[in-house]
Design a protein around this ligand. Structure first.
Ligand code: AMO
Length: 420
């Protein structure tokens, strides 16, 4: 048996099929799959009897020859010369290769096995490309990557949603975003970003909420709303192009066809209200969109779209109020379109006048003293600036058409899920 390329391959036994004197092992390697074909009589007797002992999820080492095959599904097969059990496995509690997928709670319970499934692996390979592409794009655009604290002293995105942490004899919190810190850094670096986890103690049990998620947090000096919209649109399209380039196999496995978008749309808050009212929602001027409203709205669009201003009272304190229309603030939401669309990011222009900021903090029912360093920094020649925070899992959810955001997190955290 001199034919074929000699190979040594490690992998998990995905499936074993035996047909009389021939056995096929589908081996799941770290990179993909290989078929091992064993013919009784053509391999040493002890190898044939070892095959009888193997079970699913055994981690094995196969040495043999890789030969091309017209009949094998993969177009090639491995004819083994030896097989070694590196690490055995009891029968796995979920069928990783079954035609019918296990229910989500069972998948979650055994998530460490679930993530071995090729379809689940595909999601995270795409996520890996997304992260790499986001970084690559922002570096190319001249942004400096920084890391902001995760243990913080004050709320940035609303007081009720903080996870408290015992910090020696003080109370601290897990960061809801890098908001205050990225703003501080913009005065030094001009263009900054951070990709970091964010924590929200929201009891939201929806298809788009996690209590721990990742944000691509971006901030730049001297930007106009149009710059922020263009930048985000190009960022998303860059990510899409990279995924198409690097994840052809994964997209095929997931049954997803991706294409960069030709353009984006911009609709006013009022136009969004009109669309919703036409669809039967009873929503007043001044209200924010809830999960149902958002879902109905994004379904109306085939291209990503921005809503570039919101009523001041539904924006966080750091958004700049529109000087010529003070009922509105420069909060810019970026919405992913279609059936799997969600809000991808929030951002906008920031208030850098310390007095106006103090006023906004008080209006939000918070104490300016809690923000003293933040308020002080704006006294020292602070450049006008703006930015956005884009949710990694949300973007992935739309791109990969995931029913719920939980599937975009390796180990999702929700009010009900803390383990594994
Ligand atoms: P915001 O709170 O809108 O804004 O968050 C920014 C983006 O993060 C994602 N996101 C979430 N993803 C999953 N689960 C959640 N619970 C969740 N909450 C938010 C969304 C959202 O658009 N500091 C501002 C950003 C800025 O102005 O720069 C902020 O955090 O994709």
């Amino acid at each position: 048996m001199a034919e074929g390329k000699p190979v040594t391959i490690y992998g998990h036994v995905a499936t074993i099929r035996r047909k009389g004197k021939i056995a096929f092992i589908l081996l799941r390697t770290f990179e993909g799959e290989e078929q091992v074909t064993i013919k009784k009589g053509l391999v040493p007797e002890e190898l044939w009897s070892l095959v009888e002992e193997l079970g699913r999820e055994y981690f094995i080492k196969v040495q043999g020859r890789l030969v091309e095959s017209k009949i094998a599904r993969l177009g090639r097969e491995i004819i083994p010369e030896s097989i070694e059990v590196v690490s055995p496995s009891p029968p796995p509690p979920i069928d990783l290769y079954g035609k019918v997928e296990a229910e989500w709670p069972t998948r979650l319970k055994y998530r460490y096995l679930d993530i071995r499934r090729p379809k689940v692996k595909a999601i995270f390979k795409v996520r890996s490309t997304l992260m790499k592409a986001a970084r690559e794009f922002l570096y190319k655009e001249g942004f400096v990557e920084l890391n902001f604290p995760i243990i913080i002293a004050t709320a940035t995105e609303g007081g009720a949603e903080l996870f408290p942490v015992q910090y020696f004899d003080r109370q601290a919190f897990l960061a809801q975003s890098g908001q205050l810190y990225k703003q501080s850094a913009v005065a030094a670096f001009g263009k900054v970003f951070s990709i970091a986890p964010s924590f929200r103690a929201e009891k939201s049990r929806t298809r788009k909420h996690l209590t721990e998620f990742w944000q691509i947090d971006v901030e730049a000096a001297l930007v106009e709303p149009k710059d922020l919209m263009d930048l985000q649109f190009r960022l998303v399209n860059y990510i899409v192009e990279k995924i198409i380039e690097e994840n052809e196999k994964e997209l095929e496995l997931l049954g997803v066809k991706l294409e960069p978008w030709q353009s984006y749309q911009v609709i006013t808050y009022e136009e969004a209200l009109e669309i919703l009212r036409r669809k039967g929602f009873n929503i007043e001027w001044g209200e924010d969109f809830g999960a149902d409203e958002e879902r109905a709205l994004v379904k109306e669009f085939e291209e990503p779209f921005f809503i570039p201003e919101f009523p001041k009272d539904i924006t966080a304190f750091y958004y700049m109020v529109n000087r010529s229309n003070p009922k509105m603030a420069h909060r810019i939401d970026f919405m992913g379109p279609g059936e799997y669309g969600v809000e991808w990011s929030s951002g906008g222009l920031r208030e850098h006048d310390p007095e106006r900021l103090t006023q906004r903090i008080m209006e939000a029912g918070m104490r300016p003293e809690s923000f003293s360093w933040y308020l002080d920094m704006f006294k020292y020649g602070f450049p006008p600036h703006g930015g956005f925070g884009m949710g990694v899992e949300r973007l992935l959810q739309t791109l990969l058409k995931l029913e719920k955001i939980h599937e975009a997190a390796l180990y999702p955290r929700t009010p009900d899920i803390l383990e594994p």
